[in-house]
Design a protein around this ligand. Structure first.
Ligand SMILES: C[S@@+](CC[C@H](N)C(=O)[O-])C[C@H]1O[C@@H](n2cnc3c(N)ncnc32)[C@H](O)[C@@H]1O
Length: 380
């Protein structure tokens, strides 16, 4: 059976593949959503993270699909970079986020759960104040692997001073700003290869600034992204199967990793440094035999052929009392027809929305493989 035999596609207005988000009609972001069901202008303030599988460039399309659905609360249970949660928040929904990476939960805490706290000039002064008692773990562990010794000392210092900040949201903003600074300063934003490869030194500003300079810019970016949407939103860290909402949620958005065809899709392999930084490597098991000092990857059943189908079934069953919205792409496993069948066990109607999408990850030789059809599978 082919995919199209079993699945009916819903049409949505098509945006060009290379849609320039900033070219959409823009209201003053600080005024929130002035246009009812139109795309919330505030989303333009979201601090985009280069994150594998990020749906940032699909937010207009996702909004287009879900904006007429009857929901007041939403959960984003594989929140990643947090952009979909941020869209829900900007749409005025009560939002719950979850991800098993602490770095993801930290970013969501800073801009989704945070009801309006920003990092003040005084807070920044505290974070940058020299302190001889600080630890040297990052400098000792990663010298000669990532960044310059001065950059690493800066991360040790700010990590130490974080505890001097009074509030959890101020700490989350500082951490999120550190994370985004490291992503910008690191060639390609990933931590798979040690050193500072010469061929990336192309004069790009992001690769020239120190982490301290990046940090000061990123604090402002995150401060600007903070807002209160009037709801008590919440960001959690844990496995999706251990997570339950405090109150029932109307809509659950699921964007799990998929079984890799050829490339490794491991988040920890790419982002272990950011994951460690988000908690100063406390309780993280470093694989010292690896050149880049990776952290052990957590198991997820969505990454293996043997376990993926059952994982989807278990997940749809777990959230069957909510509207189900699954992001899925044509290079994933299981195939669309199978996923449609599984969701049909729990939902009377399952619609599929389709859009061409090009992922920007990968080198020139893999660009072809990263051209996929992106789907939203909606069960209600
Ligand atoms: C495709 S990404 C999500 C991308 C996100 N929607 C965005 O736009 O940035 C998948 C995420 O699922 C998380 N993840 C994988 N397995 C998980 C599990 N079993 N429980 C919770 N989170 C998991 C990963 O850490 C990763 O952040």
């Amino acid at each position: 059976m082919t995919i199209t035999d079993s699945v009916t596609y819903k049409q949505t207005a098509e945006f060009g593949d290379d849609v320039d988000l900033v070219a959409e009609p823009v209201a003053d972001p600080r005024q929130g959503n002035l246009f009812g069901n139109s795309f919330p202008a505030r989303v333009n303030l979201y601090p985009q993270l280069r994150f594998m599988g990020s749906k940032f460039r699909l937010l207009h399309w996702i909004h287009n699909v879900i904006s007429d659905m009857p929901f007041k609360s939403a959960a984003d249970v594989f929140s990643g970079s947090g952009c979909v949660s941020y869209l829900f928040k900007a749409m005025g929904k009560k939002v719950s986020t979850n991800d098993f990476l602490n770095m993801c939960a930290t970013v969501s805490k800073a801009i989704v759960e945070n009801p309006g706290f920003v990092l003040s000039a005084k807070n920044i002064e505290i974070l940058l104040m020299p302190d001889r008692r600080r630890k040297h773990f990052i400098e000792k562990t990663f010298s000669g692997i990532f960044f310059s010794p001065e950059d690493l000392r800066f991360l040790d210092l700010v990590s130490w001073n974080l505890n001097k900040l009074g509030g959890e949201y101020e700490r989350a903003i500082a951490l999120a700003a550190m994370i985004r600074s490291c992503v910008k300063r690191q060639p390609r934003g990933v931590f798979t290869i040690a050193g500072d490869p010469e061929h990336y030194k192309d004069g790009r500003r992001d690769l020239l600034l120190s982490l301290r300079e990046h940090f000061l810019e990123q604090v402002k970016v995150f401060n600007d992204a903070v807002f209160d949407n009037g709801h008590k939103n919440i960001a959690c860290c844990g496995d999706v199967f251990d997570w339950s909402p405090v109150e029932p949620v109307d809509l659950v958005y699921m964007d799990p990793p998929y079984v890799p065809r050829a490339d490794d899709n491991c988040y920890m392999k790419r982002y272990h440094f950011l994951e460690g930084l988000s908690c100063y490597w406390v309780d993280k098991k470093i694989m010292h035999e690896t050149r880049v000092k990776k952290i052990e990857k957590p198991f997820t059943p969505f990454s293996y052929r043997k376990t993926a189908i059952k994982a989807f079934d278990d997940m749809f069953r777990k959230f069957r009392n909510s509207i189900l919205v699954l992001s899925y792409s044509s290079n994933g496993y299981p195939d669309l027809a199978e996923l449609h069948r599984i969701m049909k066990r729990y939902k009377g109607t399952v619609d599929v929305f389709k859009r061409a999408h090009r992922y920007h990850f990968g080198t020139h030789s893999t660009v072809k493989r990263s051209q996929v059809d992106e789907y939203l599978v909606v069960g209600y």
